[in-house]
Design a protein around this ligand. Structure first.
Ligand SMILES: CC(C)(COP(=O)(O)OP(=O)(O)OC[C@H]1O[C@@H](n2cnc3c(N)ncnc32)[C@H](O)[C@@H]1OP(=O)(O)O)[C@@H](O)C(=O)NCCC(=O)NCCS
Length: 200
């Protein structure tokens, strides 16, 4: 069974070009994970539509990549207009990669994005018996107030600071540089393939 070390994982925000990876991630969730993630049973068709809609709307989606595979996702979506200060958060990590800290790292990043955008109240679908999600949220109890009822968790996020804004900007800049280098490497490899056709 695959199991990731945290230092093998690349964390970065998703962009439109990650649509296929996002869809594949959601489809790969088993029925129980889909139920805890969405608070209800979901079909593949629903997830295909959801991925399409979500990546084009004003959601901020943080991803955890192991190579090309999107093993974990944190979604942050404003509720109503930007000025309500409220957003929805949701998390999913593929079953084979759980319990190695990916969810915690994604939570920290989503929380920082929420903070930097002035979202003070965050809502999460969190079924009463979702022990891993509760355990994860508890890790942040020094920074945030979490109230969990039957099916929803309410998180009161801290206010932004210049340091939290700088850290997010630095992470984005370094992820962008890595992506740009990766595209360049692929473009060079493609060029080499065209220039050196198979000799067999
Ligand atoms: C919730 C979820 C995102 C956590 O992801 P993860 O990568 O496993 O998270 P982490 O490894 O960072 O931390 C999980 C914590 O839960 C704890 N945990 C796991 N199973 C547990 C259980 N049954 N009871 C209590 N704690 C549990 C782990 O020990 C760990 O805490 P630790 O680091 O102090 O040991 C993942 O389980 C998931 O995708 N679940 C399905 C979707 C879902 O429920 N989403 C949340 C609602 S939106």
């Amino acid at each position: 069974m695959p199991h990731a070390e945290l230092d093998q994982i690349v964390f970065r925000k998703l962009h439109m070009g990650d649509h296929a990876a996002f869809e594949a991630h959601l489809i790969a969730l088993d029925p129980d994970s889909r139920r805890t993630r969405f608070g209800m049973a979901t079909t593949d068709a629903f997830l295909v539509q959801y991925a399409e809609r979500c990546i084009t709307l004003n959601a901020i989606i943080h991803g955890a990549f192991l190579g090309e595979t999107l093993v974990g996702v944190a979604e942050l979506r404003p509720i109503g207009d930007l000025f309500t200060g409220e957003a929805e958060m949701a998390f999913s990590v593929l079953a084979d990669w759980r319990n190695c800290g990916i969810g915690t790292a994604l939570f920290a990043r989503a929380l920082r994005s929420a903070r930097n955008r002035g979202f003070g109240r965050l809502y999460m679908t969190c079924l009463k018996n979702n022990a891993p999600m509760r355990a994860l949220a508890r890790k942040f109890s020094a920074e945030i107030v979490v109230e969990i009822d039957e099916s929803v968790a309410l998180v009161e996020a801290p206010r932004r600071s210049i340091i939290s804004i700088m850290r997010e900007a630095l992470d984005d800049a370094s992820a962008f540089t890595t992506l740009a280098l990766d595209w360049q490497k692929r473009a060079l490899a493609r060029k080499r393939l065209v220039a050196e056709p198979a000799s067999r």
